[in-house]
Design a protein around this ligand. Structure first.
Ligand code: HEC
Ligand code: HEC
Length: 325
């Protein structure tokens, strides 16, 4: 073999390896398509029920009493072109999620099942009450989310309860945004407000309340005094996680168009607005009713103030007022 042949073989091998590492669950294009046929019989009915719940969480008869705000799962786990919730290919796709369980959850301090993970969203993103494990609503959602991973290999995750198609991107993105957000000042907040006005408010409205049934709310209360959106325990209330999600998914249909600074600042703006504190015990049924709750962590209290403090930021300085208690 001549030196040139050997060199080109090496280059070829290197590029194959590079290609493999790029395509293995780390680029948006590599997220597989959702299945198109349902399982037969009662199982298929359960999958369809789960799909309906993910689409209409706050109004569905099996879950509306468990939801404390005006959101549905599909508002953050975006649909694919066939309208399948969570099957969109941006950040927080639910494709591949079922393949990682049982998985380690740092937040709960235990090894979690997919059902645990889904049910915990009700306490935080949905500002509601954790469903009872194995009851119909919980089983239906886990059936649907499992169905989304049909045909994908098991890939247990020792680090986090998160799909392989989200994991690397979240880890890298969270670091990137934390670096920017830790340096934030009041002028980043003002820039975030400008970005919000220019690129978000046409749908979500300048007061963050959205348009009922069409554009979901981002913060604040309605005229009845009810909180509209996720609470301060939700992933979306953490500045760096939210920035990764927003840069990938928003403005709707134009994911990937915000610069790092725009995404960091627009999140700094909307996560600095009023939303419900997260006090863990307020989101559980009484002990006699709640069933098994798989956790080592039994107290948690997050606020807008503590979420900013986690990045070394003082909410009053960032906002330039004293609106947040
Ligand atoms: C306000 C936005 C929001 C809503 C509403 C929401 N989620 Fe999530 N969800 C997220 C974000 C952001 C993450 C990832 C970050 C994290 O781990 O906190 C996530 C993570 C998850 C995961 C972990 C798997 C993975 O691959 O990331 C599951 C499962 C999940 N959500 C299910 C649901 C279900 C079911 C509902 C409705 C009951 C729901 N979520 C409602 C924002 C939301
Ligand atoms: C063209 C309308 C439109 C624009 C512009 C838009 N969004 Fe959205 N946004 C939506 C819709 C619709 C959803 C819910 C998607 C679904 O249910 O399929 C959503 C969901 C969200 C969510 C998660 C759900 C919630 O209410 O918390 C966040 C956060 C969000 N958008 C932030 C932004 C930000 C920040 C911008 C500007 C950079 C933006 N959006 C621009 C329409 C829009």
């Amino acid at each position: 073999m001549s030196i040139f042949t050997r060199l080109s073989v090496t280059i070829l091998t290197l590029s194959v390896a590079l290609y493999a590492s790029l395509t293995y669950a780390s680029s948006t294009d590599s997220v597989p398509n959702a299945p198109t046929t349902y399982p037969a019989g009662k199982l298929g009915e359960m999958v369809k029920l789960g799909e309906a719940i993910l689409n209409n969480t706050d109004t569905h008869p099996l879950t509306k009493h468990l939801v404390g705000n005006k959101l549905t799962c599909v508002n953050c786990h975006l649909p694919n072109q066939n309208g399948k919730p969570g099957a969109g290919k941006g950040m927080s796709t639910l494709i591949g999620t079922a393949t990682v369980f049982p998985a380690w959850s740092k937040r709960q301090g235990t090894i979690q099942s997919l059902q645990d993970r889904i049910d915990n969203c009700f306490m935080r993103s949905m500002d509601g009450i954790r469903p009872i494990i194995d009851k119909k609503a919980s089983m239906a959602m886990v059936a649907y989310v499992t169905w989304l991973s049909t045909g994908l290999p098991i890939k247990m995750n020792p680090k986090a309860t998160i799909s392989p198609y989200n994991f690397d991107k979240y880890v890298k993105g969270k670091k990137k945004f934390a670096r920017l957000q830790k340096k934030a000042t009041h002028s980043n907040y003002l820039n975030g407000k400008k970005v919000f006005q220019a690129k978000c408010a046409s749908c979500h409205q300048m007061n963050g309340a959205g348009v009922a049934g069409t554009f979901p709310p981002l913060w604040g209360k309605n005229s009845k005094g009810e909180w509209l959106s996720y609470n301060t325990g939700a992933g979306m209330s953490k500045l760096n996680k939210a920035a990764v999600w927003v840069q990938s998914n928003m403005p709707l249909g134009q994911g990937g168009t915000l610069t790092n600074q725009e995404a960091a600042d627009v999140v700094l703006y909307f996560d600095a607005q009023p939303r419900a504190d997260f006090i863990l015990k307020d989101h559980l049924f009484p002990k006699s009713k709640m069933g098994f709750y798989n956790t080592e962590v039994t107290t948690e209290h997050d606020s807008v103030r503590s979420n900013f403090k986690a990045f070394g930021l003082d909410i009053d300085t960032i906002r330039g007022d004293h609106v947040i208690k």
